[in-house]
Design a protein around this ligand. Sequence first.
Ligand code: PGA
Length: 258
Amino acid sequence: MPEGTATSRPVWIGTSWKMNKTLAEAREWTAGVLATLAERPELMSGIQPFVIPPLTALTTVRELLGENSPVLLGAQNAHWEDAGAWTGEVSVPQAADAGAQLIEIGHSERREHFGETVETTRLKVAATLRHDLTPLLCIGEPLEVHDAGGSAGFILDQVRGAVDGLPEEQLGRILLAYEPIWAIGEQGRPATPADLADPVAALQAEFGASVRAVLYGGSVNTDNAADLLAIPGIDGLFVGRTAWELDGFRRLLEIAAA
Ligand code: PGA
């Protein structure tokens, strides 16, 4: 890690479990991470780990982590209203009550399957900030946009729409996760640093200095993590499959610490 990183921006290493893990599995993963960090405190130096379980496991993971944990805890989604007749939804204050510090907003799976739009991401970012939690805003372009060379413009529009009207101070509390849709999941193709150079540079130029961090996600694994972290403008990794296994998450922390 470059000199000074520990006192400036940390390297963020986090995972969303998506719709995976029973409570027993959640306990096992969390206890394993805590044991690793207790044994090897260097894995926390200059690194900010976080985990985003399904809502069913939020309280369980919070109880294991404790109140002042080095591992931040998040929810995968939250509604923009504080309460009301929204069957099946959970509000930001409810997620906070269950232990969440971060709210993931606008993951491409939510945009594709659950009607998340730029406008709903804007409402959710605002609700998250209003309750003093940290928005983790996910952005990313589909393959046809990437192939047509339009990635940078597409993701900048997603961010601009979601942060529209926010004062500078609030912008500074947002985490951005750039996750090209074509790079995510089983069918995804891992992105190369060359794929990412333009969109990341564009994000960096417009928002790098004002947001809290810019993370990358999409088929991150233990072979490509170091190269992805070396891309200028990438402050961390937001990981699915590789980090669901304790060994994978541990290895990513080691790579970030190296
Ligand atoms: P993946 O998921 O690492 O399994 O590709 C990434 C994500 O959706 O954030």
